[in-house]
Design a protein around this ligand. Structure first.
Ligand code: NAP
Length: 331
């Protein structure tokens, strides 16, 4: 089968080669999925660059975290079903056939036909886990979403609006328009404007209740968090190295009555290992998200669709901050 493999470290178009590899075989607790479409994830750039410690298999390896397609092997209960899923180990998805753990596999939403379903899983599950499971968002609260025009950020804006929250968002340049279209009350270009000041201005000095941070902006975000506020650590698009560096000072947490909250999208079979979210919770999240999709309250933002051959170029564009929403790669 064809697969995009990381064969050396560099920019995506330097690192990736399209190669023929043996078909994978599903192991215990896995399904084999024939791919319809995959989605580009920001951390895949870190993988190409050789700086992603979380997913770091020996080269050459097949890149790619999530996909949609049809189950053609593995666990018989899943055979023939159209699914959204994460490749086992969170690599291997940018290929014609993919092994996926059953606990990271869900039925594709009926509201999202064909390749559209590829844009759904990570953004909406992660945003739900962050805002609701971990962030305990309440109607009437105020949320600040960083990188609000991105794949995950665009989902977070929509889910926060659907929950009855007031949304402020940051994004670079013209991407602020998309944040407003998705329901953000205030959209701040954080490349040209100090977002802490803008947020305090927009909230009459009170600050926001929840910050959804996929960029890695902890100190300046704590400075505009309200009493009892929750800062959700979602990711580090501004530099993944920060994930393992010291730098969080307790003072603003203590004196601001604030919480720092980690959020990890990974489901494991019940009973899940320490710290990991059980699959049963994922199934509840999936059901709630399907209700919102069916009601038309949320919709994945698909900024671009590219053929499989153009995957590296599309990932280069994401690295250059030139993408909005999800980029879908169609096989
Ligand atoms: N916790 C988890 O389990 C989990 C799972 C999946 C993804 N994530 C995280 O979620 C975040 C969003 O992922 P995504 O795939 O949806 O990506 P994305 O938001 O579509 O793309 C990343 C965005 O980050 C912003 N950005 C800020 N500083 C940047 C920089 N120095 N270089 C490039 N972009 C920068 C850009 O938006 P602007 O141009 O508007 O700034 C860019 O579009 C990432 O941090 C990712 O690691 C976490």
């Amino acid at each position: 089968m064809k697969a995009w493999q990381v064969v050396r470290h560099g920019s995506p178009s330097e690192a990736l080669e399209l190669v023929d590899v043996d078909d994978p075989v599903a192991g215990p607790g896995e399904v084999l999925v024939r791919t319809t479409a995959t989605a580009l994830n920001f951390n895949e750039i870190d993988g190409c660059r050789g700086r992603y410690i979380t997913v770091n298999p020996p080269m050459p390896y097949t890149l790619g975290m999530e996909l949609t397609g049809e189950v053609v092997g593995g666990d018989p209960a899943w055979l023939g079903r159209r699914v959204v899923a994460t490749a086992s180990g969170a690599f291997g998805a940018h290929a014609e056939l993919v092994r996926c753990g059953v606990s990271m596999t869900f039925d594709a939403p009926e509201a999202l036909p064909g390749s559209d379903a590829a844009a759904f899983f990570f953004p909406f599950h992660l945003a739900w886990l962050g805002l609701h499971e971990r962030g305990r968002l309440q109607a009437g609260e105020t949320v600040l979403v960083h990188a609000g025009a991105g794949g995950v950020g665009s989902a977070a804006i929509q889910l926060a609006v659907a929950a009855g929250a007031r949304v402020l968002a940051t994004a670079s340049g013209a991407k602020t328009d998309l944040c407003r279209e998705l329901g953000a009350d205030v959209a701040i270009d954080y490349r040209t404007e100090d977002f802490t000041t803008a947020v305090l201005d927009a909230t009459n000095g009170r600050g926001v209740d929840v910050v959804f941070d996929g960029v890695g902006l902890v100190p300046p975000s704590l400075a505009c968090l309200a009493r009892g506020g929750r800062h959700l650590i979602i990711g580090f698009a501004g530099g993944i190295e920060a994930e393992d560096e010291p730098g969080i000072t307790p003072r603003p947490l203590l004196f601001g009555n604030a919480s720092l909250v980690g959020v990890m999208l990974a489901y494991a079979p019940d009973p899940a290992p320490r710290g990991i979210t059980p699959y049963s919770v994922g199934q509840q999240v999936h059901a709630r998200l399907n209700e919102l999709l069916d009601a038309g309250a949320i919709r994945p933002v698909i900024g671009n669709r590219v053929p499989f051959a153009d995957l590296p170029k599309a990932l280069d564009e994401m690295e250059g901050r030139a993408t909005v929403g999800r980029t879908i790669v169609e096989l």
